[in-house]
Design a protein around this ligand. Structure first.
Ligand SMILES: NC(=O)c1ccc[n+]([C@@H]2O[C@H](COP(=O)([O-])OP(=O)(O)OC[C@H]3O[C@@H](n4cnc5c(N)ncnc54)[C@H](O)[C@@H]3O)[C@@H](O)[C@H]2O)c1
Length: 252
């Protein structure tokens, strides 16, 4: 059960959450729905999306622009418009950079960065159609988008790209009342941690690993969801272009 869901800030807010089939995206979709949002969840794995809490679960590979265009149209038709987009789908692994393949690099950037762009591009005309009421986008960066992290060239590049994509859109659409921010999580207890843990280089040193770990341990997905919800909510009306770290002090 959600530890933080005692508010009701999203009554009827028409919302798309990508990556809703797992981890942080699942927790965000549940949190927003608990607070009254009408949520369409999108993911590669539609079976992981909470069917009870969402209006529609859509299979969508965010790295494919034409698939995204069609999915956003279907979501908007179901919701009767669009107010809020949370871009949370993401992948990553560790690999020493001189051994990384061009395909793996392109895949990580294709999902994390291009995917975020595809969804924003397809969603923006619908947010603009709200006129004065505007809308909000919350992207997912990472501590790895704000500082270097070993064995993570593709992941760092993709998340660094998300940081400046977010800021670019924030400046471009502020006068249209469309807020664009990103949450930058630190280590959070989800499946993506397994993809990283299972690809740990054999020569990893404690010193390099320590740089990526908070002395506070790991966060839980519902703690990230609480931050996404605040950033998405009207309480954060004056917040745009912000990269909100929730990382146990890693980037402090
Ligand atoms: N967990 C962490 O420690 C951590 C830290 C910093 C940032 N993040 C970011 O948070 C976001 C959520 O990750 P998570 O920790 O919940 O991991 P997760 O693996 O549990 O969830 C990611 C979800 O994205 C989906 N997905 C993957 N590729 C996709 C694609 N091409 N199209 C649509 N959906 C796709 C997966 O199926 C999965 O359901 C990611 O962007 C990740 O980079 C996570």
């Amino acid at each position: 059960m959600n530890r933080f869901a005692d508010m009701n800030r999203f009554e009827g807010v028409r919302t798309i959450v990508t990556g809703a089939g797992g981890g942080i995206g699942h927790a965000v979709a549940a949190r927003l729905a608990n607070e009254g949002a009408h949520v369409v969840g999108m993911d590669l794995r539609v079976d992981g999306i909470d069917q009870a809490g969402t209006k529609l679960a859509l299979e969508c590979d965010v790295s494919d622009a034409s698939v995204v265009d069609a999915a956003i149209e279907q979501a908007v038709a179901t919701l009767g418009g669009l107010d809020l987009v949370c871009n949370i789908a993401g992948i990553g692994h560790f690999c020493t950079t001189h051994e990384e393949t061009a395909e793996a690099f392109a895949k990580i950037v294709g999902v994390n960065l291009n995917g975020t762009f595809h969804v924003c591009r397809a969603a923006l005309p619908h947010l603009l159609a709200n006129g004065e009421a505007g809308g909000a986008i919350v992207n997912t960066a990472s501590t790895a988008g704000l500082m270097g992290q070993p064995w993570s060239a593709a992941y760092c590049a993709s998340k660094g790209g998300v940081v400046l994509l977010t800021k670019a859109l924030a400046t471009e659409y502020a006068d249209k009342n469309i807020r664009v921010n990103a949450v930058a999580p630190g280590g959070t207890n989800t499946a993506i941690q397994q993809s990283f843990a299972s690809t740990f280089p054999s020569d990893a040193t404690n010193k390099k690993i320590a740089k990526m770990m908070s002395t506070m341990g790991m966060a839980e997905p519902d703690e990230m969801a609480a931050t996404f919800a605040y950033v998405a909510s009207p309480e954060a009306r004056f917040m745009t272009g912000a990269i909100v770290t929730v990382d146990g002090g890693i980037t402090a």
